[in-house]
Structure formats: structure tokens, C-alpha cells
Design a protein around this ligand. Structure first.
Ligand code: HEM
Length: 401
């Protein structure tokens, strides 16, 4: 076998199967410096220590966007809205703003009774599937988290269709590279989101309900912590944060169960094993494959010295298959004694919606197993999105019979 190491996350072959590339790096060059002078970190212990290190920060996306916006500013489109919309995205912030806003959201977001909402949404989506063949991604896995977060936030159901497509565009703000056309579409979606949530905040200030937007407003009336622009930006981020990740987890989870049919059959008769199986599916194929970070000072990782202001690519999906931690890591094994996978991140930016994502994935997969005991894959030729940061199927045609 060739031991040549290539880091090329944009190669469609690697998006289809990135694990060979990760394994080569993990075994031969676990702190790999690319030709672009980015440092790719693939071993479990290194990934954890980097994500927890106080000498590492999240990259300043606001600055990168500003540079992109200035570069493309040709007077044809107004790109300012992007900056306003992403201003308080928790994921893009470093202390002290990160700590302040994360603590604020945690205080307001206390209602974790979401099983009824998820169950209702699942029932609705399954009732809409009328053909023998259907697209599990677009008809089930993708709409489920959007419908769910809409209800969590307290958004009127009638607005769901309008926000759904805007959300898909807005998720692009989390990607690293954008061309002019993408920035124009992003700015348009950002503008519409700002108007939408500004109106919702006004409405719910006057007429509060049980939803999370009202809870954020009420918390802010006590703390006087945020201005309206910050509140709007937080709402936009909460709306998009769990969409692609949860959709990817449900659809790749079902894909692996259908490809290893005995596991699908096993879960049908052992539904009690689903929570363990769900964790193993998340470990085996993490929807968030990699995270970006910047060093603030010189750091040493696994004996390698990395200078300050270096870009780090922290590969969660490789860490989850590190044989130093997980025996026979390339095997999907529901009997595995669960070690902590890193699919929801680690350290100060650890996912704030993991409990919601976990509930949606478990209930979603359970409903598919129960409703379609004979489900099978139609198309073996899979189409994946272009972005490996969140690796997701764009469609998955399955058949019921
Ligand atoms: C399977 C589903 C999900 C996965 C795999 C996932 C994964 C992640 C990961 C890896 C991070 C850390 C990013 C970093 O360190 O740079 C993160 C952050 C975050 N996630 Fe999730 N997520 C999921 C679902 C959700 C849901 C449903 C929500 C609900 C709104 C959510 C809200 C957030 C928020 C607010 C952050 C930012 C936390 C911070 O920066 O302090 N996630 N998520």
C-alpha cells in the first residue's frame, strides 16, 4: 500500500471516503503541515488538547468576511447585511464576547421538553411521504431539524416554507471560502433574516409566548446584556446551527444501517439499543469532520512546534477513528463500550444543542425503522455536498416494499 500523504479535502474522492486520507496522516504525520502552511491534526489526544488549549482561538470569520466583502465590493450588490447577521454568531466569537453570549443563551434556554415537538414533526413528515421511492434527505432528514428548531424558537408554522430556503443559503456563512455569487446570495438571505427576526422580536416583546425567542427577550429584560442587533444575530445562528449537522447524522446513519443490513435488522428487534447505536453511528461517521482554529502563541503538539497565528485544521472525524482509543475503529459495532467521541466538539465551543440533535437523531431513526421495516437503498451512487467541514448527502433515494 502506498504511504504517500495527501491532504486534499476538496477532492470529490476524499469527500466520498475521507477515512483513508485521515488514516495515512494519523499514522505517518499526525501533525501535518500542508503546502498552504495549515496544520492538520488527526490523533484523538492531540485534537482534544488543541480544542481545550487557551493558546488557540476560533478564526475571526467577521474579519475574513469583511475582507471578502471589500474585495468584491463593486457597487452592484450591498454585502453589508452579512456582517450584521453574523455579528454575534456564538461559533465565531472568542472570549470575552463568547463567554458573555454563551452564558446568556444558556440561562435563557432552559426548556428541554422537546420530545412532543419532534414526535409531531416526524408524524407530519412521514404522512407526506406517499411514493414507494423517496428521497430520505430532502423529504425527511433535512426538514426535521428545521421544523423542530422553528417550533423551539416559537416561529409561526406558516413561515416555515419561507425560512427553509433562506436557512439553506445562510448556512453557507459557516463555510470558509466564498465566491462573489455566493456572497450576493448570502447577503440577500442575511437581509431577509434580519428583517424577519427584528419583526419577531418586536412581536414577541409585545406578546410573549413559550418559545425560545420570548425567553431570550425576557432574559435580556432582566440582564440588559444585549442590544437588538445581537439578539437578532443570535436567533439567526440558533435557527441554522443544527440543520445540516442533524440532517447529515440521520441520513448517513440510515445509509450505514442499510449498507450493513444486519444492523438495521438488529435495531428493529432491539429498539432499546438505539441510544448506544446512535452514539456509535456519530463516532463512525461524524457529520462535522473538521474544525478550524488559530494559534495565539507558539504551541507544541505531539512534539511538533507550531508558530503563533498558524491555521489549524482539527479533524474530529479522524480522532473518532483513532485506534489508540477505539479498538477496530473502522468497524460499526453497537457492542462497543462507549468511549467519548468528539462529534460535538470539545472545550469552550462544545455544541450547545447536542441534546436536541441526539433526540432528533434517535427519534428520527427509530421512526424510520418502525415505519419502513423493509426499506432499502435504490441508488448506490451517492451524491455528497462539496463541503467536507460538514459532510452530508445531498440526496438518498430509498424504497419501501
Ligand atoms: C448531530 C447534530 C449536531 C452536531 C454533530 C453538532 C456539532 C457541533 C460542533 C462540532 C460544534 C463545535 C464547533 C467548534 O468547536 O468550532 C458545535 C457548536 C454549536 N452547536 Fe452543534 N451540532 C449539532 C446539532 C446542534 C443543534 C440541534 C443545535 C441547536 C441550535 C446546535 C447548536 C450549536 C451551537 C449554538 C454551537 C456553538 C457553541 C459555541 O461556539 O460555543 N448544534 N456543534
Amino acid at each position: 500500500m502506498s504511504t504517500e500523504i495527501r491532504w486534499n479535502p476538496f477532492d470529490p474522492a476524499h469527500i466520498r471516503d475521507p477515512y483513508r486520507m485521515y488514516k495515512q496522516l494519523q499514522e505517518n504525520d499526525p501533525v501535518h503541515c500542508t503546502s498552504r502552511k495549515e496544520w492538520v491534526i488527526t490523533r484523538y489526544d492531540d485534537v482534544k488538547s488543541v480544542l481545550k488549549s487557551p493558546a488557540v482561538r476560533v478564526g475571526n470569520r467577521k474579519e475574513w468576511f469583511e475582507k471578502g466583502i471589500n474585495y468584491f465590493n463593486q457597487g452592484e450588490a450591498d454585502l453589508r447585511y452579512i456582517h450584521e447577521a453574523i455579528h454575534s454568531f456564538i461559533l465565531f466569537l472568542n472570549p470575552p464576547d463568547h463567554t458573555r453570549i454563551r452564558n446568556f443563551v444558556n440561562k435563557a434556554w432552559t426548556n428541554r421538553n422537546i420530545s412532543n415537538i419532534i414526535a409531531e414533526n416526524i408524524e407530519y413528515l412521514l404522512s407526506q411521504i406517499r411514493n414507494k421511492e423517496f428521497d430520505l434527505v430532502n423529504e425527511f432528514a433535512q426538514p426535521l431539524p428545521i421544523l423542530t428548531i422553528s417550533k423551539v424558537l416559537g416561529i409561526p408554522p406558516a413561515d416555515y416554507e419561507y425560512l427553509k430556503d433562506l436557512g439553506k443559503t445562510m448556512i453557507g456563512s459557516i463555510n470558509l471560502y466564498h465566491n462573489y455569487r455566493e456572497l450576493v446570495a448570502l447577503s440577500d438571505a442575511a437581509n431577509k433574516f434580519i428583517t424577519y427576526f427584528t419583526n419577531q422580536i418586536q412581536l414577541k416583546t409585545d406578546h410573549p409566548d413559550e418559545g425560545l425567542i420570548s425567553q431570550l427577550i425576557q432574559q435580556n429584560q432582566i440582564d440588559k446584556e444585549l442590544n437588538e442587533k445581537e439578539l437578532v444575530s443570535i436567533c439567526i445562528f440558533l435557527f441554522i446551527a443544527g440543520e445540516e449537522t442533524t440532517a447529515a447524522s440521520i441520513s448517513t446513519g440510515i445509509l450505514h444501517l442499510l449498507r450493513q443490513r444486519h444492523l438495521y435488522e438488529y435495531l428493529k428487534v432491539h429498539p432499546g439499543k438505539l441510544p448506544v447505536a446512535m452514539e456509535e453511528l456519530l463516532r463512525y461517521d461524524s457529520p462535522v469532520q473538521l474544525l478550524g482554529r488559530i494559534t495565539t502563541t507558539e504551541i507544541i503538539v505531539n512534539g511538533v512546534t507550531i508558530p503563533p497565528e498558524s491555521s489549524l485544521i482539527v479533524v474530529l472525524a479522524a480522532a473518532n477513528r483513532d485506534p489508540r482509543i477505539f479498538e477496530q475503529p473502522d468497524e460499526l459495532n453497537f457492542e462497543r463500550v462507549n468511549k467519548k467521541h468528539l462529534t460535538f466538539g470539545w472545550g469552550p465551543h462544545f455544541c450547545m444543542g447536542e441534546w436536541l440533535g441526539r433526540a432528533e437523531i434517535t427519534m428520527g431513526i427509530n421512526a424510520i425503522l418502525k415505519t419502513y421495516p423493509n426499506l432499502h437503498l435504490v441508488d448506490q451512487d451517492l451524491t455528497w455536498g462539496k463541503n467536507i467541514s460538514v459532510r452530508c448527502l445531498t440526496k438518498l433515494i430509498v424504497a419501501i416494499d
